[in-house]
Design a protein around this ligand. Structure first.
Ligand code: NG6
Ligand code: CA
Length: 506
């Protein structure tokens, strides 16, 4: 009997000890499962530009392997059909049309985001994350007249990023330099940078005065300062040692993204990796020239896909892939000719960057804002396809849900189960923006109110979506928005008009 009691005591002791042990490891796992978050945002990548959305004309194997093992979204949107407003919305959770100045910004525009606002990165900082941005910013810097030769602030570091390594605006806009935590990288103090968007600096070559200096020709716009043989938007003087090498840009950002992971892997981190491709000027590294058969536009998509593969390798090697939620998307739809002669039109062949959608970048038709989008989290997200209506604006509140933050943003819906592929119950409705106005999505319907302006943006050969009549499309039956049903379904039109008006007035 004694023996039995003794054995029992030992056994109970063992079990409780085991329980204790398992609860501590459960505790530990719980803290470990606060995932790292990486948002990869392309510049002008179209829904049809990636093979995970069915493209047979361009292969993106590295993205595919994530998308096909994650949740691939067919109904996800950028808030706007151009960059600045789209990115503003992603980082603030606010619709861009509420912010008057959220339009494509010049490279010397002041910071667009109010520094007192709780942004997506600030929300994550407040939840214990280290936050970083690598790549395209395009949300303004400083508060007026920027001195590029001193600390440039406010900027990304003042709106929630602990670390920033950025290009100020776009690859086609001056200043053509990288800026790290507010300082121009590689600047020689004896060769200060000056930037002007109104007039040239005396004696400085431009595409108009010195066309013989060009290695890439401009088609529309893009005829101001020449850097590396490429004519840009805006005038710049000085800063020679700091000027970027366009063909190396993908490598520079990749290295920065990889180093950021290596440096910050011990704590939960957030990385906003904002690739510059396939925005103009398209300057693939020599390694990728000719790889797509479509000229530079296709080649830089191949290059970006490779970068993503390399970046994922780093997450793996550093042992953090399984604890990292990855979201991949694009800031707006595709464009072929965006101002340079680079064979994008001539060599596109059967490739359809816009997929089955109408329009493209700048447009109120679907291809302007319906973008590639997937989430991937190894071992956590089950592979699938989601038709839920989702907008990049919703990332703020959905990620707040993930990290159990109470922070709110006006237009951001908390849709974490949708992001995780556990629910297909997305948004009910969405008020989006093209270059000529706002428009509305609800259920299967797209409604475009009348707006002034050209029906076709001739320079880029993209339909704007403008019309003097209301347009109503049933996307389930008519994904290419060919049959305007506004007269056939006046009640539906009235219903959507009302809801659209309400959304604007909110
Ligand atoms: C336009 C540019 C275009 C591109 C775009 C911004 C001209 C004629 N066109 O004004 O090339 O830079 O701005 O693109 O200058 S975005 O993706 O950053 O919104
Ligand atoms: Ca863009």
């Amino acid at each position: 009997m004694r023996k039995i009691v003794c054995a029992l005591v030992i056994l109970i002791g063992f079990i409780s000890c085991k329980n204790e042990k398992s609860s501590t490891s459960a505790e530990k796992q719980k803290t470990n499962t606060v995932p790292n978050i990486v948002i990869i945002n392309f510049d002008d990548l179209g829904y049809g530009d990636v093979s995970f959305n069915g493209s047979k004309t361009i292969q993106t194997p590295n993205m595919d392997s994530l998308a096909l093992n994650g949740v691939r979204f067919t109904n996800a949107y950028a808030a706007s059909a151009t960059c600045t407003p789209s990115r503003y919305s992603l980082l603030t959770g606010i619709y861009p049309w509420r912010k008057e100045k959220a339009k494509i910004l010049p490279g010397n525009a002041p910071l667009l985001i109010d520094t007192s606002r709780v942004t997506l990165p600030k929300m994550l900082q407040n939840s214990g994350y280290t936050t970083g941005i690598v790549g395209k910013w395009h949300l303004g810097l400083g508060s007026g007249d920027i001195n590029w030769n001193a600390q440039i602030q406010p900027g990304p570091n003042e709106v929630g990023f602990d670390y920033s390594y950025i290009l100020a605006a776009t690859q086609d806009r001056v200043p053509t330099v990288y800026i790290k935590n507010g300082y121009v990288v590689g600047l020689d103090k004896n060769d200060p940078i000056e930037v002007n968007y109104k007039e040239n600096f005396e004696g400085e070559p431009t595409a108009l005065s010195n066309p013989e200096m060009l290695k890439m020709k401009w088609e529309h716009g893009h005829n101001n300062s020449i850097v590396n043989g490429i004519p840009r938007i805006g005038f710049m003087k000085g800063g020679d040692t700091a000027k970027w090498n366009d063909e190396e840009m993908a490598n520079v950002f990749l290295k920065e993204a990889q180093n950021y992971v290596k440096t910050n892997k011990k704590k939960p981190f957030f990385l906003y990796y904002a690739l510059q491709q396939p925005h103009v000027p398209r300057t693939p590294n020599p390694k990728f020239v000719g790889t797509s058969g479509m000229g530079p536009r296709g080649d830089v998509i191949k290059e970006a896909d490779w970068c993503i593969g390399e970046f994922i390798k780093t997450l793996k090697e550093e042992g953090v892939l399984e604890n990292t939620l990855i979201v991949l998307t694009s800031d707006n739809g595709p464009v072929l000719n965006d101002g340079y002669y680079d064979d994008a039109v001539e060599k596109v062949g059967n490739h359809k960057p816009w997929g089955d959608f109408r329009g493209g970048k700048y447009s109120m038709y679907e291809a302007g804002t319906r973008v590639p989008f997937f989430t991937y989290w190894k071992g956590k997200i089950k592979p699938g396809v989601s038709n839920a209506l989702f907008c990049q604006t919703d990332l703020f509140s959905s990620l707040a849900q993930l990290v159990k933050s109470n922070e709110k943003a006006k237009d951001s819906e908390a849709l974490l189960p949708v992001l995780m592929g556990e629910s297909t119950h997305g948004r009910e409705q969405l008020t989006l923006q093209g270059s000529l106005g706002t428009f509305f999505r609800k259920g299967d319907w797209a409604m475009i109110p009348p707006s002034k302006g050209p029906k076709l943006f001739k320079n880029v050969n993209i339909e704007s979506g403008a019309s003097d009549k209301y347009q109503l499309y049933n996307l389930k039956e008519d994904i290419g928005e060919q049959n305007n049903l506004s007269e056939k379904y006046p009640d539906k039109l009235e219903e959507l008009k009302k809801e659209y008006q309400n959304s604007l007035a909110e």
